[in-house]
Design a protein around this ligand. Structure first.
Ligand code: NAP
Length: 275
């Protein structure tokens, strides 16, 4: 497919963290299709380069930068790549994340920190490095969160806490930077198909495969990418993906004890969403 240089995002530059795989990769593809130039990011040079080559072969304008987004100096390099390569930065999607399959009581403290850092500082540091350019462009910032941030999720303590922090961060920044023209939004994603090699951390910090979920419960990565794209283009404050997510939102607000009962009952039945 040829790049849509006349698309609605032609001339815009998007930086998508954690875009060497999964939802981030498909979001990059969706933004490219709309004419945006995209800076890809991840920590694994070979996988990142394979994603860059695949999108470049489809005719899209892409650059790639290996960077650990929990390292501020690396985030400065990441933003520098966007500016050096495309001259501006309009859109930041903080998507990089490490998830877990571990109960709090069993978790090594360092593992809790690693998961929390990837979800909180992994969003804060790229934004901090990119903010001057986003202010100049009156750009858009989207934090990728989860429906598990709307309620608790057993075996996901650090992940849920980190994802929940992003909603408050977006709200606070919206207030602090009101009048600057920068959009701050959060997308709460529900169950989505995973890359076959996706791994999450167990209590000792070992990478383990993600739970297998029935396909009918899941959206495809392309569907989720299209919803993220729509969220950014409409400059929405919050997008909750999936009927389950919206149900959690309502039940948690109005009937929190019922919400807990549903989570615990389904967890007992399935033993663990993450297994
Ligand atoms: N899939 C779902 O069902 C689901 C549900 C709710 C929310 N989400 C959210 O959607 C987003 C994408 O998830 P996904 O399913 O596509 O997972 P994924 O395939 O594991 O993608 C996450 C990406 O983030 C990268 N990453 C992690 N830590 C990083 C760091 N410190 N610096 C740079 N890159 C880092 C990973 O690369 P490495 O190889 O370097 O680790 C990976 O490329 C995440 O924010 C996730 O929490 C997903």
């Amino acid at each position: 497919m040829l790049p849509n240089t006349a698309g609605p995002l032609a001339g815009r530059v998007a930086l998508i963290t954690g875009s060497e795989s999964g939802i981030g990769r498909e979001t990059a593809r969706a933004f490219c299709r709309q004419g945006a130039a995209v800076v890809l990011n991840g920590r694994q040079p070979e996988r990142l380069e394979a994603t860059r080559q695949a999108l470049a072969a489809e005719g899209y304008q892409v650059a790639a930068c290996v960077a650990d987004v929990t390292d501020y100096a690396a985030c400065e390099r990441l933003v520098a790549v966007a500016i050096a390569r495309f001259g501006r930065l309009d859109i930041l999607i903080a998507n990089a994340s490490i998830s877990q399959r571990a109960y709090f009581a069993d978790m090594q403290p360092d593992v809790f920190r690693q998961v929390l850092d990837s979800n909180v500082y992994g969003a804060v540091y790229p934004l901090k490095a990119a903010l001057p350019h986003l202010l100049q462009a009156k750009g858009s910032v989207t934090f990728i969160s989860s429906i598990s941030a709307l309620n608790g999720m057993p075996s996901g303590s650090a992940y849920c806490a980190g994802k929940a922090a992003l909603a408050n961060l977006a709200h606070t920044l919206r207030l602090e930077l009101a009048g600057t023209g920068v959009h701050f939004g959060v997308v709460h994603i529900g169950f989505t198909q995973n890359d076959p090699d996706k791994r999450v951390l167990d209590a000792a910090g070992r990478p383990v495969p993600i739970a297998h979920r029935p396909p009918r419960w899941q959206k495809s990565q392309a569907q989720v990418a299209a919803l993220i794209l729509g969220h950014v283009r409409r400059r929405r404050r919050r997008t909750v993906i999936s009927a389950l997510g919206r149900l959690i939102l309502v039940v948690h607000s109005l009937l929190p004890r019922l919400g807990d009962w549903v989570v615990l009952t389904s967890q007992r039945r399935m033993r663990n969403f993450y297994e």
